[in-house]
Design a protein around this ligand. Structure first.
Ligand code: PEP
Length: 250
């Protein structure tokens, strides 16, 4: 079963609109005609309209980094799935470890956000991954199974057909430490088995599972060459157009 790889950029709290425009001016000519992989850029909310305008004539997709599960209401500071979709986003990151760590997101809120994203026809990129203490205690498999189960609770395979999961070992995010391809493959297999438990084998076989954690031009090829690794979620190395282009061209 061949799955189109997804190379997604998470810009976190970096780049204002001017810097975002500069990135697209340099990046889009480099990836013109590149359709082997699905390219997704997730800028800050404020940059989304300009990013959507810059990429309309290209095959590059724009995504949000987060959403709130209510459609609208008295929820100061939040953005809904429908609003992201209306602004031209096609994808959204959910449950990034920084959201879990600094903004108290839980498997339950990930579940609510995932349902809201799917309702609004956004492609959700659900992040899961263990912290260093959990890996060292031999708990990686338990953590991944719990996070996938929590995210997919009450969900059918049909409803979650667009699901993308990102395996992001927290100890590898922004640290320069990367999981070896073998470590990533092992974790992806655990995730795929759990997706199969929740959604069925057919859906598990089509679900794309990305690796994230210090992906760079130097290690992208070894990771992306693995059949079990269906793409990358890239933070730091996605901020520079040439560096991200080299990852896209792994
Ligand atoms: C991320 O933010 O999802 C990420 C993987 O960051 P980095 O590539 O910088 O480790």
């Amino acid at each position: 079963m061949s799955r189109k790889k997804v190379i997604a950029a998470n810009w976190k709290l970096y780049k204002n609109t001017a810097a975002s425009n500069e990135f697209f001016t340099a990046f889009l000519p480099l990836v013109a005609g590149h359709d082997r992989d699905e390219i997704v850029i997730c800028p800050t909310f404020l940059c989304i309209p300009a990013a959507v305008a810059a990429t309309t004539a290209s095959s590059v997709h724009i995504g949000g980094q987060n959403l709130y599960w209510k459609q609208e209401g008295a929820f100061t500071g939040e953005i809904s799935a429908g609003m992201l979709h209306h602004a031209g986003c096609s994808h959204v990151i959910i449950g990034h470890s920084e959201r879990r760590q600094y903004f108290h997101e839980t498997d339950d809120t990930v579940n609510l956000k995932l349902k809201a994203a799917l309702e609004a026809h956004l492609v959700p990129i659900v992040c899961v991954g263990e912290v260093l203490e959990e890996r060292e205690a031999g708990l990686t498999e338990d953590v991944l199974r719990r996070q996938v189960q929590g995210a997919l609770r009450g969900m059918s395979g049909e409803k979650a057909a667009a699901l993308i999961v990102a395996y992001e070992p927290v100890w590898a995010i922004g640290t320069g430490k990367t999981a070896t391809p073998a470590m990533a493959v092992e974790a992806h297999q655990v995730i795929r088995t759990e997706v199969a438990e929740c959604l069925g084998d057919d859906h598990a076989n089509t679900t794309r599972i990305l690796y994230g954690g210090s992906v760079k031009p130097e290690n992208a090829n070894a990771l992306m060459s693995e059949v079990e690794i269906d793409g990358a979620l890239v933070g730091g190395a996605s901020l520079d157009a040439v560096s991200f282009f080299k990852i896209v061209h792994w």
